[in-house]
Design a protein around this ligand. Sequence first.
Ligand code: CO
Length: 444
Amino acid sequence: MKRRSLLGALAAAPLAAREPQAQQTAARAARGVPAPRIRDVQVIATAPQGLRLTVVKIVTDQDGLYGYGCGTYTQRAELVVAAVERYLRPFLIGKPADRIDDLWQAMYNSSYWRNGPVLNNAISGVDQALWDIKGRMAGMPVYQLLGGKCREAADCYAHASGREIAEVIDNARKLMAQGFRHIRVQVGVPGQAGYGAGGGAGQVEKLHDAPVFEPEDYLRRALKLLETARKELGEAVELLHDVHERVSPIQAVRFCKECERFRLFFLEDPLSPEDIEWFRIIRQQCSTPIAMGELFNSPHEWTPLIRDRLIDFIRIHVSQAGGLTPCRKIAAMAELMGVKTAWHGPGDVSPVGHMANITLDVACHNFGIQESVFFPDAVREVFEGCPVLKNGYFYVNESPGWGIEVNEAAAKKYPYGYGEKGERQRLNGGWGEVRRRDGTIIKQ
Ligand code: CO
């Protein structure tokens, strides 16, 4: 019936007849489709880029209704697979797939001991798959279920790295030419295992055979890089830098103060999660914007930093915190405290996980920035519908759910271990160690 003739019919009907009609319409809209039940929980373990990705697939009892979620914890990937297959799968089979928050709380409490990275990532894989299913049921992308867009796309930063400062500046210029307005700069320290850039040639006298890193050498080099970058790249570009929690707390306080004159967009992880009490001291001494949180997996870590306004950007790795469900609550809490989001978005997040990041980016008012990646061909072969990066902006898909389909035959071509060499291979995808000159282990 055309809208005009429907209105006409309603107007013509007597009042008593109109009411049941209206009730029927409301009941139809609220009922939707019958609640789907979880029939199976599967894991797609794949490493198309050499990094171990973990994707959970939830299959429902309704024809063709399934969803994907990211549970990638690349350094302990096989443990996440076991957590899903051996524990969450039997726990979830037969449960309704449309009660996401309820299932999240049930999974979270089902291990009694909680907040560990393995279990949180396993829960995230399920959580995101349930959001995918709900989006597919509604015929809407997930951002619509969160209230719709606050912006057209997510402004991103890209990584410019190099062994020498001139090389970093060159790479930054290339990214700016591609449209990026925000650039993270990292430079190597000669002969050392710095974060975000290889050190290249150079001999460092040391008392051991492991890769070496000296905090003061790094801090001097990073200051020189930031000074040159601001001078050479101009005033307009937004500069970012990641300390990667590799210095002592008081060194971090000093470095944050020294960076103030470069007007950074943010300085990332100046402190490790173990030292978060020191953020108060940084805050009292300078106005360098601080981003923190990619290692966080417990509410005890982020709650005080947001509540006391001690950071400017919350940078949680969404699957590490347990998925979209807890992270949209964290975003809401941060919004009330004037803290913005900058969800962790490295290569060891699957495209499904990146889509969850970008969904929060476009749907939350207090979005700050998104870390971006370039998806290589092998990743696109496995994940059809990867988020699109254009002119420095990431775009969400407009198809229902995440809008991503996993080509499971292609995923099998790249098993865990694919492309791994040396230490990474020997350690089953895990990381080795980095030590100071005298042999003291450092956080990496
Ligand atoms: Co980082």
